[in-house]
Design a protein around this ligand. Structure first.
Ligand code: UDP
Ligand code: MG
Length: 313
């Protein structure tokens, strides 16, 4: 018999041995207060520390804990997707493992859910203990997304949110693999609302997002929701042909009048380098989209599980 579960709490974990016990006790405490039936779907994203053993240990003691253990590291987007796939609750809370998202906020998310909202995203009003570089890149990221994509992405939101089952089912059915969860959960529509909160510093351990991973995520976000980069080549093409069309007659007339200006290798070299650069960058952008297209077409799964909970239990 399938149990009826009101709330699923989904947590992706990658090397979180120092935070897991504290997270578990804080989440349990908060969920007790709600008086709702709940489950804790912990997805181990190929940790190389003791995280998987600790998750299995917890599951033995508490049958609300449902471990999903990946065969290797597939990234947080994939881990959250797996968490949604294996969740059974009528409402699903997605939260980071490091306690940067305070579990008490879940109570406010649930309150809004009970008022009838279907996508309730937690929005950071402040961030503690994060480097200047992280804040700056985050700001640039939001500005770019706002400008380039068709979705109206709220600033300063992370994974932390509550989704109604209806929304989870829609998101789970999307076949795309290069996912940007934050964007998708806005893109689907439904009744949405923000709940403000103060983002804390990490409870323990280090961020798993070095600059390279953040850059990759930004590219996924942009290519996933916008064709603008593909059109840039066309705009630049129009501009440079425009310049050529205007300057050719100017140069011819000046030459006929005996003016020797505009000669010289430097100007030729600059023009060649500029156009060569534009062409290579444009090719690169097309390549980026084709690579993603190939990735989708190839049809490999977004993640592979080593162990997963029984869905009928
Ligand atoms: N995470 C994951 N797979 C990864 C990287 C991170 O599941 O490849 C998890 C991590 O354990 C944490 C959450 O995603 O629960 C957010 O990661 P982190 O705190 O390092 O990111 P930040 O808060 O610095 O953006
Ligand atoms: Mg964090």
């Amino acid at each position: 018999m399938k149990k009826s579960i009101e709330i699923s709490v989904v947590v992706p974990m990658f090397n979180e041995k120092d935070t897991i016990m504290e997270l578990y006790s804080q989440i349990s405490e908060v969920m007790e207060k709600t008086k709702k039936s709940w489950e804790f779907v912990i997805v181990d994203d190929g940790s190389t520390d003791q995280t998987p053993e600790m998750i299995r240990e917890l599951a033995k003691k508490d049958d609300r804990v449902r471990p999903v253990i990946f065969a290797r590291n597939f990234g947080q987007q994939a881990a959250v997707k797996a968490g949604l796939d294996y969740s059974r609750g009528e409402g699903v809370v997605v939260i980071d493992a490091d306690l940067q998202d305070p579990p008490e906020v879940i109570l406010e998310l649930i309150e809004k859910w009970e008022e009838g909202y279907e996508v309730i995203y937690a929005q950071r009003t402040e961030r503690e203990g994060e480097s200047f570089l992280k804040l700056l890149t985050a700001k640039m990221f939001y500005a770019t997304i706002q400008r380039l994509t068709d979705i109206n992405m709220p600033m300063n939101t992370g994974f932390f949110r509550l989704l109604d089952r209806k929304v989870v089912d829609v998101i789970n059915q999307l076949p795309e693999k290069n996912r940007f969860f934050r964007g998708l959960s806005i893109w689907v529509g439904f009744k949405q609302i923000a709940v403000p909160y103060k983002r804390k510093a990490r409870f323990a351990g280090e961020t798993k997002y070095p600059f390279s991973k953040m850059f990759k995520l930004a590219i996924t976000a942009i290519t996933g929701f916008s064709f603008f980069p593909l059109q840039v080549a066309m705009y630049l093409g129009f501009i440079s042909s425009g310049i050529a069309i205007i300057t050719i007659p100017v140069v011819i007339i000046m030459r006929m009048l005996g003016n020797q200006a505009f000669l010289g290798q430097a100007s030729t070299l600059i023009a060649v380098l500029f156009l060569g650069g534009v062409q290579l960058v444009s090719l690169g952008i097309i390549g980026e989209y084709i690579g993603r297209l190939y990735d989708e077409v190839r049809g490999r799964p977004m993640y592979i599980v080593r162990e997963a909970p029984d869905m009928d239990e």
